[in-house]
Design a protein around this ligand. Structure first.
Ligand code: ZN
Length: 242
């Protein structure tokens, strides 16, 4: 099976459409959360995800925030402004879909969470120390995560006690082995200084994970952000990948 693995779409429809097109023939889509927040087209993104056949989707912190179920007073001013807009424009049906998403999904070989297996919604895995702790919190061979918006490969060799951690090379194809934590990067708001949309392809037969990047029409999304009177920085950051 060829599974498209995506995360952190953040209401960026142009990036999502480009990724779906570029991915080619796929058997399943796994989405690791944060469908909304920041970008200009939250309803369109949720609807596109909902319409995909064989989709498995989990929820992220922005999806929870958009439901109004958490206190956003600690968000910075721009994030708050943007989140209030998302809460007001999301349709009831799309909110219902976001509410129905699980925090965690597990198969025999893979665990899917947004942040970390220890704290699926909120924890960032940004360094090897936090990664190491999190290997104790899932049983499957691999764990696919999002949330940091940065592509990452980590592996933990239990027998040797060796932890590896790093960003993948361009177009890396990784042979998966027991045990690993993988972040495919962000579709709609990459934060690794590469503005291209990021996604992964998990090939279950050969047990390989491919990291991909694709350019999309960033200026079209920036115009939409400004048209909706959303914070300028949320448009600006897309060109720099931060
Ligand atoms: Zn995110």
């Amino acid at each position: 099976m060829r599974i498209l693995v995506i995360s952190d779409i953040h209401a960026n429809l142009d990036a999502l459409q480009t990724v779906l097109q570029e991915a080619g023939e796929i058997d399943q889509v796994w989405c690791l959360g944060d469908l909304v927040g920041y970008g200009p087209q939250p309803n369109e993104c949720v609807e596109l995800i909902r319409s995909l056949p064989n989709i498995t989707c989990i929820k992220g912190n922005h999806d929870v925030a958009a439901l109004g179920e958490i206190n956003i007073s600690l968000f910075n001013q721009e994030a708050k402004e943007s989140m209030l807009w998302h809460q007001s424009v999301l349709s009831l049906e799309n909110k219902e879909y976001l509410r129905s998403l699980p925090e965690r999904f597990e198969t025999d070989s893979v665990t899917l969470v947004h942040g970390s297996p220890r704290n699926p919604i909120w924890e960032y895995i940004l360094d090897p120390y936090v990664a190491r702790i999190n290997y104790e919190y899932f049983k499957s061979d691999f764990c696919f995560i999002g949330h940091s918006h940065q592509p990452i490969i980590s592996s933990w060799d239990v027998n040797e006690g060796v932890l590896e951690w790093g960003a993948p090379q361009q177009n890396a194809i990784v042979s998966l082995h027991n045990r690993m934590i993988i972040n495919p990067g962000s579709v709609g708001q990459p934060r690794d200084s590469d503005s291209r949309a990021a996604y992964g392809i998990y090939k279950t037969d050969s047990n390989k994970f491919e990291f991909h990047r694709v350019t999309y029409n960033i200026s079209a999304v920036q115009s939409k952000i400004l048209d909706m009177r959303l914070p300028f920085r949320h448009a600006q950051r897309l060109s720099g990948g931060w």
